[in-house]
Design a protein around this ligand. Structure first.
Ligand code: IFM
Length: 475
């Protein structure tokens, strides 16, 4: 490459190459140092809620192996690490002062990262609500949004001197609609109105927490949110299929992007759900509060969503939308919309491999959030990885998956999207929620008997891509 030119396979200069995890999925030490149960502790300990009764009690023992794991990240050449803070570790009852022992873990983690030149990227909430706050009503009630802002300020005060990049929420769609609608996630409630109320209070919580962070963080801090927008496609050009796409787009995407990016809920969403609720839980000023200036927008992407016109009994096809089987739909007032499998080969989750959805989302949010830098805060894949006879783990399918999705990002950049970084989900195999430990998303293989960590071959491939800041030829 001649100096001053940029080859088409280059990513923008300074592009951040990272990996992501979440507290409940990796930390373990569920009762250590004053931590109390979160909704995921309660849910996973409830018979029948997770595959094989798996829980995050031990997870991959990251709480005790933190230093070793940061060494590993350094060996893998990561430039950034996205982790989440466990709310019940820092504020066990969800109210009142912080527990310093809980904060000390994150102080040490961040110090270790900085010592290894790895940029810490902190998410405040990745689904582990303190159980006491759920007992007080959970996300369907306003108080939880207010408590979230208080917790944000505590973490901001403790870590604001060394963490520059902050995300309020991870995938609020899952918290609201899988947690309170279909019930396949904690707390396992199945009430469509509660799901809509939860979505609103997550939006409000994002806004209040952003304000709280701005009041305690230095001016250089970047504050954003990680959404998991659906790349929704209509099964055909039939107007009824196009209307199904509109409705699912409202419930999957615009219920969050409306208030957060535009300061209002979309009229069609309010009309579609009017038979369930009049949305009177939205108070004057709430959507303006949710509409805070964003320093970045995180996009989490796995597969596109294909929908068609309502059909009787469609909602009875459990898990057709790829979000887990339940007798209850996560789609309030849209339960009868038909979900078709997206085309393409399948992963171990049964999800389709289709990078074009990521390209589409990056261009869409470039338009909807002009001037806001985008990061892919999660993208990755589960396959049934196994060590070979020599103990190494070869995962060529993951390399192909990553190559395709990084190519889609590069294309989106060429088409004008301001994409600043990519975080692979996940650093290591971990607790995949209701699927327990059965799905392996990691760059690093975990032996769940010994908790030994073995980088998969894709990890070395990813390190080379990051070092070169360039996409190599297709594998
Ligand atoms: O493991 C999850 C993560 O916690 C949130 N985004 C999707 C991942 C894979 O399902």
């Amino acid at each position: 490459m001649t100096s001053g030119t940029q080859e088409s396979s280059d990513f923008p200069p300074g592009f951040l190459w990272g990996a992501a995890t979440a507290a409940y999925q990796i930390e373990g030490s569920a009762n250590a140092d004053g931590r109390t149960p979160s909704i995921w502790d309660t849910f996973s300990h409830t018979p029948g809620k997770t595959l094989g009764g798996d829980t995050g009690d031990v997870a991959v023992d990251h709480y005790r192996r933190r230093a070793e794991d940061v060494e590993l990240m350094s060996e893998l050449g990561l430039g950034a690490y996205r982790f989440s803070v466990s709310w019940p570790r820092v504020q066990p009852t969800g109210r009142g002062p912080a527990v310093q022992r809980g904060l000390d873990f994150y102080r040490s983690l961040v110090d270790d990262l900085l010592d290894h030149d790895i940029k810490p990227v902190l998410t405040l909430y990745h689904w582990d609500l303190p159980q006491e706050l759920e007992d007080a009503g959970g996300w369907p009630v306003r108080g939880t949004a207010e408590r979230f802002a208080e917790y944000a300020a505590l973490v901001g005060e403790a870590l604001g001197d060394r963490v520059e990049m902050w995300a309020t929420l991870n995938e609020p769609w899952c918290s609201a609609f899988l947690g309170y609608g279909s019930g396949v996630h904690a707390p396992g409630r199945t009430d469509p109105v509660a799901a809509l109320r939860a979505a609103h209070h997550l939006n409000l919580g994002h806004g209040l927490a952003t304000q709280a962070l701005r009041s305690v963080l230095p001016a250089r801090a970047q504050i954003g949110i990680s959404l998991n927008p659906a790349a929704v496609r209509a099964h055909s050009d039939d107007p009824a299929d196009l209307d199904a796409r509109r409705r699912i787009d409202a419930l999957a995407n615009r219920v969050f992007s409306g208030p957060i990016l535009q300061g209002a809920y979309p009229e069609d969403l309010l009309a579609d759900t009017a038979r369930l609720t009049d949305w009177s839980f939205v108070q004057d000023g709430d959507t303006a509060t949710a509409h805070q200036p964003l320093d970045f927008l995180g996009i989490n992407y796995y597969q596109p969503t294909v929908v068609a016109a309502p059909a009787p009994g469609a909602g009875k096809v459990k898990g057709a939308d790829g979000h887990g089987a339940s007798d209850h739909s996560p789609w309030p007032a849209a339960e009868d919309i038909v979900f078709h499998p997206a085309p393409g080969e399948r992963t171990a989750m049964g999800w389709s491999v289709d990078p074009s959805g990521l390209h589409d989302l990056l261009l869409r949010y470039s338009e909807e959030a002009p001037g806001v830098p985008l990061y892919i805060t999660e993208n990755g894949v589960a396959y049934d990885d196994k060590p070979g006879p020599d103990g190494t783990v070869h995962d060529p399918d993951r390399i192909r998956y990553l190559h395709g999705h990084l190519g889609a990002i590069r294309q989106a950049v060429a088409d004008g999207a301001d994409v600043r970084g990519y975080f692979q989900w996940s650093l290591m195999d971990n607790f995949e929620w209701s699927y327990g430990y059965s799905k392996r998303f990691g760059m690093v293989y975990i032996d769940y008997e010994t908790l030994e960590r073995t980088p998969k071959s894709s990890a070395a491939w990813y390190a080379q891509v990051a070092a070169a800041n360039q996409l190599p030829p297709a594998p």
